[in-house]
Design a protein around this ligand. Structure first.
Ligand code: ADP
Length: 428
């Protein structure tokens, strides 16, 4: 190219000089120079126009077989043009492969922008959730998959959390949703069909619920007879203690059965209604009065907390308070102290039960809400613990979109904090 530029400039200079020379011969070199310049300009403009025409028609023969700077320009242009086409072809091929592989995936994948609007979705997203790549592009995904749990998941944007939602298109199907941060301010929503896992869970739940219901009636009969026997004045000394033990065990079994039935009910129930307004401080005060009347109970104090109320199920929240306070009492010496607190801030509300009792070793804390988990099985059996209390607490809280946070240190004490989201708080 530099060679052709030089040639072009030399040619132009020679042409202009020739014009000036001819003009000089006629005593007007400047006119000759101007005429030469004008002719050179006309020729260049013609070349420019025919290049423009060639761009439209695609017929570059004049330039392809010509020479000089316009041919050079054409060579450069056609080289870049072909290179561009090759790259375009390559990109198209890569894009096709990527689309083919995402479409072959059994899981749904949806790319969302920062406003949760759909940018792209694969074929599985269509079969699992009815999302259509072209029609739904630009639509907010939470307007199509309407589930409050998914809306919350999209807001937290935490790849470690998942939620299960009902598929809007596949009858009886369940989808497990995960949101992964992706690209610049984008998100990837992954949808996995977990219908079989949900069916197994339901079978397990139904089995436990049915077995518990079936056990309830024989247990009532046995407890009734045992109570009658215990009250019978003719009961010999040899039988007094065995009957007493049978009564204790029957009571324990009745408690287990009742708590299993309650757990099954909570697992099957959806989100708790927000219609009822619950006076938490009132419930804490009642719990303090009820427990303080018993023997060997540590001091219980209700802190002057927030006046805000909670939108939820009063009976269930009362059972959370009863479970947490009775646990605190059982694991705190009589000269210890238990505090009950209800605090609110912009992020929501916290129900906090603190004790300065025996505490829990760090390795046990993550397992506390498992069914039948007890730190000390032998002791729990003696003090009436069956290991279902905190599982019930967890389920009631999840029905209120709340979470249980436990902080504990052996020999120092424990803090059980139930955090409720701001939508559940009602300020008088
Ligand atoms: P349980 O019926 O045995 O009380 P929970 O599910 O309520 O069952 O509690 C599970 C276990 O957690 C208990 O067995 C106990 O070891 C431990 N725990 C619960 N609350 C406390 C507490 N406030 N202090 C110490 N340990 C506790």
């Amino acid at each position: 190219m530099p060679g052709s530029s030089q040639k072009f400039i030399v040619g132009l200079v020679v042409f202009l000089a020739a014009g000036a020379l001819i003009g000089w011969m006629y005593d007007a070199p400047h006119i000759g120079f101007l005429v030469a310049g004008f002719l050179a300009m006309i020729w260049q403009v013609r070349q420019l126009l025919s290049f423009n025409r060639a761009l439209h028609t695609g017929d570059f023969d004049t330039f392809r077989y010509g020479e000089g700077i316009w041919q050079q320009m054409f060579s450069r242009f056609s080289y870049e043009h072909e290179r561009g086409s090759r790259y375009k072809q390559l990109h198209r091929q890569v894009l096709k492969e990527i689309r083919k592989s995402t479409n072959a995936m059994p899981d749904g994948a949806v790319i969302l922008d920062e406003g949760n609007e759909i940018e792209f979705c694969n074929r599985a997203a269509k079969t699992l959730a009815g999302l259509k790549r072209k029609k739904d592009r630009g639509q907010r995904v939470d307007n199509i998959l309407r589930d409050p749990a998914l809306t919350r998941l999209l807001a937290v944007n935490d790849a470690t959390q998942t939620v299960d939602i009902v598929s809007p298109v596949k009858d009886g199907a369940w989808l497990n949703c995960r949101v992964v941060p992706y690209g610049v301010n984008q998100k990837l929503l992954l949808l996995r069909d977990v219908t079989s896992r949900m069916a197994i869970n339901r079978m397990r739940r139904d089995f436990v619920a049915n077995a518990s219901h079936e056990l309830r009636s024989p247990l009532t009969v046995m407890s009734g007879y045992l109570d009658t026997m215990a009250d019978d004045e003719g009961l010999t000394d040899t039988w007094a203690q065995p009957v007493q033990q049978m009564q204790d065990q029957a009571r324990r079994m009745t408690k287990i059965v009742a708590e299993l039935i309650e757990l099954s009910r909570l697992e099957g129930a959806g989100s708790a209604s927000t219609e009822e307004i619950v006076d938490i401080v009132g419930l804490l005060t009642s719990a303090r009065k009820a427990f303080s009347g018993q023997n060997d109970v540590p001091a219980i104090e209700v802190l002057p907390g927030s006046a805000a109320r909670l939108r939820g199920n009063g009976g269930e929240i009362e059972s959370v308070i009863t479970n947490l306070v009775s646990n605190a009492i059982r694991h705190t010496p009589a000269d210890g102290k238990i505090t009950l607190d209800w605090q609110t801030d912009a992020k929501g509300a916290d129900l906090i039960i603190c004790d300065n009792g025996e505490g829990i070793a760090e390795e046990h804390v993550p397992r506390l809400t498992e069914r039948f988990f007890r730190v000390d099985r032998g002791r729990a059996r003696q003090d009436g613990g069956v290991g279902l209390g905190l599982a019930i607490v967890k389920h009631v809280l999840s029905r209120h979109e709340a979470e249980l946070h436990v902080k504990s240190e052996p020999a120092v004490g424990s803090e059980f904090r139930c955090h409720f989201p701001a939508e559940r708080v009602s300020v008088p």
